[in-house]
Design a binder for this molecule. Structure first.
Ligand code: FAD
Length: 344
């Protein structure tokens, strides 16, 4: 494919913005549109469970770029309007408000949406944390809470438990693993993480599956465990995983299987690419399809996607990296646990 004269990026966050910036850095002078479902200017998510939730930062501090930096990109930002359909052959995206956007190349950068319990939507006192609006709502909930239960023994759940505890809330952490993050870290580090949380007063109720939520008068009253026990709560944070935000690609003909499936240069189909948490690409070094949910990857992969769009296709083979901050401890992880990917 010859270099495109227009590019449409769907998803206006870390991966999408970085792709637009990388295109301009590499000299792309064509039309550039960035479409985002949220009405906020592009912002960063890692501080949401840390500085924004704790109140150390005002919410607007997470904005990724100043207005003048965004204007200098010479891109059209269409915000507060979600993509609802893609015609990959015609390279056309339809939006919730009825816009029809066409470009020579399209980048899918729509990230993840949180998993929820059936029926949790609309139940007062129940929160998820993916967006800035979620963080502001959760902070308000935590400030008035007497008993908080965080459901989820992964990175996000443990970060939220740590921050909520630092704010003075009474916090219980529930999840099926024997210790937090054991599947990623193994028993030694997971055991130390459990001890860190216990030392700071988090009540760890691990090793039992969570089966649902208890409700009273339209408000959450507790968290139900497979053992039959109900952990009482007036605020519950559901943080037991996310799914790639690919609903809008139904009927597009693109291969979607735990993310948008790409080749080793992050190309999905002719003129269509994917980047960030939503992209599941062939990592040639591992001989496997891989999808990463971390901040560093979103930026790094964006550079490769921009190069591929401009015809400099090469395999994307990063060493995965993520960090997490919990209480006064920073954990940094390079590489993958063997459970993260299996050969194609
Ligand atoms: C609370 C929190 C804390 C985190 N902490 C860390 C950390 O400490 N370390 C780390 O490495 N990573 C962390 N991460 C992960 C990191 O933030 C993500 O890996 C990164 O944001 C991925 O960027 P992305 O652009 O692929 O996806 P996202 O940032 O999710 O952006 C996707 C964007 O697409 C938009 N969108 C979705 N559907 C549509 C649609 N149909 N049409 C238009 N737009 C759409 C969304 O609104 C969103 O703005 C954290 C994530 C969260 C939520």
């Amino acid at each position: 494919m010859s270099a495109p004269s227009s590019v449409l990026v769907v998803g206006a966050s870390a991966g999408g913005l970085s792709t637009a910036e990388a295109l301009r850095r590499k000299g792309f002078q064509g039309g550039l549109t960035v479409l985002g479902a949220e009405s906020h200017q592009p912002y960063d998510r890692p501080p949401l469970s840390k500085q924004v939730l704790s109140g150390a930062w005002e919410p607007d501090r997470v904005t990724l770029r100043l207005p003048e930096q965004l204007s200098s990109l010479d891109a059209e930002f269409v915000l507060g309007d979600a993509a609802v359909g893609l015609d990959a052959e015609a390279r056309t995206v339809h939006t919730a408000s009825g816009r029809v956007l066409r470009a020579d190349a399209i980048v899918v950068a729509t990230g993840l949406r949180p998993r929820m319990f059936a029926g949790q939507d609309g139940l007062a006192g129940v929160h998820v944390l993916r967006t800035l609006d979620d963080a502001v709502a959760l902070r308000a909930g935590l400030l008035g809470a007497s008993r908080v239960v965080v459901v989820g023994d992964g990175v996000l759940g443990t970060e939220i438990a740590a921050t909520a505890r630092t704010m003075g809330a009474s916090v219980t952490l529930a999840g099926p693993q024997p210790a937090p993050l054991e599947s990623q870290f193994g028993p030694l580090i997971a055991g130390r993480l459990a001890a860190l949380h216990a030392e700071h007063g988090v009540d760890l109720r691990l090793g039992a599956a969570v089966t649902g939520l208890a409700e009273q008068d339209g408000r959450v009253a507790g968290v139900c465990l497979a053992t039959g026990e109900v952990l009482p709560a007036d605020v519950v944070v559901v943080a037991f995983g996310s799914a790639p935000a690919t609903d809008w690609l139904a009927g597009s003909g693109l291969k979607v299987d735990n993310g948008v499936v790409c080749d080793s240069s992050c190309r999905v189909a002719d003129g269509v690419y994917a980047v960030g948490d939503v992209a599941r690409w062939h990592h040639e070094g591992l001989g496997a399809l891989l999808r990463l949910e971390n901040r560093t990857n979103a930026t790094e992969q964006a550079g490769h996607v921009a190069a591929a769009i401009l015809g400099e296709s090469r395999p994307y083979t990063p060493v995965p990296y993520f960090w997490t901050d919990q209480f006064d401890v920073k954990i940094q992880v390079y590489g993958l646990s063997p459970r993260c990917c299996a050969p194609d």
